[in-house]
Ligand binder design. Structure first.
Ligand code: BGC
Length: 632
């Protein structure tokens, strides 16, 4: 061959290669085409996936052990942030830092063979509570009081925007537990002891996800788009009904009781298109929910036709055995057989993947079970537009902690407070307080403490005391900005008798309560207000006319002090917007809240819920005094 001919062949070869490359580039993948029907996309993608890729999709690892390389290597389907410093991008991280982190991890997913995006999840249980400067809404125990589904929907929508501000498309909320015993450390995550109220509050789901269109097939997951997030109804089932209120304990109840108390809110969540459901650490009559095939597969998936995915709780499958992790392979097998689709394994993703692969390859778990799980996960990802928009942009940053959301939270606080007592006699009410007077006292461990006011699940899992955790308004600073400038506001956290006597206070606002806690660390068998709360109440109310504002995650023991107190307000865990409390104390708005929980006299009455034969409360379910807003 001459030089000329050689050149010609080379040119031709280059041309063929170019052509081939551009053909390959243009190769059409049905699953990547948003114009294709959802079912077609899922089917197309499923048939391309290897077992490894499928198992990867089912694995959710914690951010602290994840990197884009790991995500790519193991085809991880999901990453989460747990409320621990190592699982967050940085202390006080800005929305940009969050978005950069999520996108960096996502780049690992996009660069996999099939480019299936991972779904990033976080607990946003009272606003985007792990994130510095986010709006922190009242915990659910307060929101239940409002009985206001329209408000809940707005809170859901605001939370979705704040979560998107950090590049995250998935929240582990709402908790639709029906707390039947306030000794439970998670009672504040529950809207009410009454299933009807909890059912009503599922309106937060269309707030988070958007409104599913009328006539949609029952049970299909739904997420409207970029300004909404996938939600997760948790913890399925009976988490709020455990014996003695023990966290992760055993719910002893017959099927009729379980289905009439703990199930109704799930019906509504599913009808509203909830995308995912989380199984509970607790057991039903001795059987761990993470291995309950009847309730997860037969009932939830087959009877209720739930078509989103079921996710395990954090290391929840480990706890199928006692002690946890005694036989991880068995736990995986049991949870798979029960019908769990995505596994919140946390740190042990590699071990999980190895063992699950073994179980499938050796036919302990049928391929159809894997396919069921993966189809459900892909259905949620396709529905929410994750394939089209895997990477977040910075445009939502403006929503984080914005004034509109803070105003909404303030409204929620106003509607969630319950006035339990107002004056020693009806003719002589203490509230509303006068703004214009000479000298007032603000006292108590919770008066100037944003962390105490927000409770657990705020910035950190167990919450934090103090004023440095995030931005917000304490009750003390709200008092100062509400009263007339000429009124002298004296603050003393725990004043002694001498101080009280040497000052002439017109009245005192005493703010005391529980210190932040979460999950099992909040279990309490005595439900007393921790010291110095009770001594502050006794001392201050013993010498000054006082209103006591309780910051608690549940009803607590107050009967011994009620006599000495002039006015008593249950403020629950109001969150960052303390002005909602002063709006009511000073009469800019009237009290409207009605108890969504029974206020017991003494703990030996517990459990005691509305309708019980032995019902003898201090303040019954539905109780709440009202005041009229002061004329301006
Ligand atoms: C809780 C869940 C939470 C998960 C992830 C668990 O300990 O029970 O409610 O979603 O942690 O943080």
């Amino acid at each position: 061959m001459g030089v000329n001919n050689m050149q010609k062949v080379l040119v031709l070869l280059t041309l063929v290669m170019c052509c081939w490359a551009s053909m390959a580039k243009a190769e059409y993948f049905k699953y990547k085409d948003p114009k294709q029907r959802l079912g077609v996309r899922i089917k197309d993608l499923m048939k391309r996936m290897t077992l490894e890729e499928k198992i990867g999709q089912m694995t959710q690892a914690d951010k602290s052990v994840a990197s884009k390389e790991i995500i790519k290597k193991y085809n991880l389907g999901s990453i989460l942030s747990i409320p621990f410093p190592t699982s967050l991008p940085a202390q006080g991280a800005s929305p940009k830092t969050w978005v950069d982190m999520v996108n960096d991890l996502q780049s690992g997913s996009i660069s996999t063979r099939l480019g299936i995006p991972m779904i990033y999840g976080i607990d946003a249980v009272h606003g985007h509570n792990n994130v510095y400067n986010a709006t922190v809404f009242p915990h659910n125990v307060g929101l239940g009081v409002t009985r206001d589904p329209v408000l809940l929907k707005k809170i859901g929508a605001a939370t979705a925007l704040e979560v998107r501000a950090t590049g995250i498309p998935y929240v582990f909320a709402p908790c639709i537990a029906v707390c039947r015993d306030p000794r439970w450390g998670r009672c504040y995550e529950s809207y009410s002891e009454d299933p009807k109220i909890v059912k009503l509050m599922t309106e937060i789901i269309p707030g988070l996800q958007g409104d599913i269109s009328v006539g949609s097939r029952k049970g299909v997951p739904y997420v409207e788009g970029q300004n909404k997030v996938a939600a997760c109804a948790k913890h399925y089932l009976g988490d709020g009904g455990t014996h003695l209120g023990v966290d992760e304990g055993n719910t002893i109840i017959d099927a009729k009781g379980l289905f009439s108390i703990h199930m109704p809110a799930y019906y509504d969540s599913i009808i509203k298109g909830v995308s995912t459901i989380m199984t509970s650490y607790s057991s039903w009559n001795g059987v761990k929910m993470h291995k309950n095939r009847f309730l997860v597969t037969d009932y939830l998936k087959n009877t209720l036709k739930f078509r989103g995915f079921v996710i395990s709780d954090f290391q929840g499958i480990d706890r199928i055995t006692t002690p946890p992790n005694a036989n991880y392979t068995y736990s995986i097998l049991a949870a798979m057989n029960a019908g769990i689709d995505m596994f919140m394994v946390g740190f042990t993703y590699e071990d999980f993947i190895t063992r699950l692969t073994y179980l499938v390859k050796n036919k302990f778990i049928p391929m159809r079970r894997i396919n069921d799980a993966v189809k459900r996960i892909l259905r949620v990802k396709f529905t929410m537009g994750l394939f089209e928009n895997p990477l977040a942009d910075y445009s939502y940053a403006k929503y984080l902690g914005c004034q509109e959301h803070r105003d909404l939270a303030r409204e929620a606080v106003r509607k969630s407070l319950v006035l339990l007592k107002n004056g020693k006699s009806v003719e002589n009410p203490l509230l509303p307080l006068s703004k214009k007077t000479s000298k007032i006292l603000v006292a108590g461990s919770h008066a100037d403490n944003l962390g105490n006011q927000c409770g657990g699940w705020t910035i950190q899992w167990q919450g934090l005391s103090g004023n440095n955790l995030t931005a917000g308004t304490t009750i003390l600073s709200a008092v100062k900005t509400t009263v007339d400038p000429r009124t002298q506001v004296v603050y003393s956290e725990n004043p002694d008798d001498k101080f009280l006597k040497s000052n002439k206070f017109d009245y005192a606002i005493v703010v005391v309560g529980e210190y932040p806690y979460a999950e099992l660390l909040g279990d309490s068998s005595n439900l007393t207000i921790p010291e110095p709360g009770p001594s502050t109440i006794k001392r201050v109310c013993g010498s000054v006319k006082c209103v006591v504002v309780l910051i608690t995650g549940r009803p607590v023991v107050v009967q011994p002090y009620v006599e000495t107190i002039d006015a008593l307000v249950a403020a629950w865990l109001p969150g960052t917007e303390g002005q909602g409390v002063t709006d009511l104390l000073f009469g800019d708005y009237g009290f409207t809240g009605k108890l969504a929980r029974t206020w017991f006299k003494s703990v030996d009455q517990l459990p005691m819920n509305v309708g019980d034969p032995h019902y003898d409360p201090l303040y019954p379910f539905g109780f709440g005094l009202t005041t009229e807003p002061r004329k301006k």
